[in-house]
Design a binder for this molecule. Structure first.
Ligand SMILES: [Zn+2]
Length: 176
């Protein structure tokens, strides 16, 4: 049973061009669950599931960041006129789909990286569409940058001490 799972996992990671990569625990857990539910699904079906998972993470990250923008500056990032969040599946670019938001692209299986990419994309959108810098450090009055503290995606400011400082988590529900 376990060796069947490892073989299958190996084949599937090859199919999505992720073989030999150090993948986050959440991806391996998800694969184990998928195997438990649906058994040894073929490569094409796995690529579909992988793509669906990426899109679902991107949507949820997008909602998180959109809410944060609305809370901070009262500007909308969703609506019928906005078509900057796109899902692209191009066989020439690889076996699994990508999410594009402005110049940010997401094909990573890591939810923290997805949130970072969405934050950058929404930031770019707020600047180009609303002509507003978001988010801004209340202390130094300058635009913030996406970074990680351990595994947590955060906004950082280059002001103050050399090397700057961490302002807050990108997800407003996460407190550092
Ligand atoms: Zn600052």
């Amino acid at each position: 049973m376990m060796s069947n799972f490892s073989d299958w996992q190996d084949r599937m990671l090859r199919a999505v061009w992720r073989h030999g990569e150090r993948l986050p625990e959440e991806v391996l857990t998800w694969m184990a669950e998928l195997y438990g539910e649906r058994g040894e699904i073929p490569e094409a079906e796995f690529c579909d599931s992988w793509t669906a998972r990426t899109f679902s993470m991107a949507r949820s990250a997008f909602e998180t960041v959109s809410k944060s923008v609305e809370q901070d500056i009262g500007k909308a990032t969703t609506g019928d006129g906005f078509t900057y969040l796109t899902y692209v599946r191009d066989p020439e670019m690889g076996p699994v789909g990508e999410v594009h938001i402005k110049s940010a692209q997401v094909s990573t299986p890591d939810s923290a990286d997805v949130l970072c990419a969405m934050a950058e994309g929404v930031q770019e959108f707020v600047m180009s569409h609303h002509r507003v810098t978001w988010p801004v450090c209340g202390e130094h009055n300058r635009g913030l940058h996406v970074d990680h503290v351990h595994e947590t995606p955060v906004w950082t400011c280059t002001g103050g001490t050399p090397g700057g400082h961490v302002v807050r988590a990108i997800d407003p529900a996460v407190h550092l």
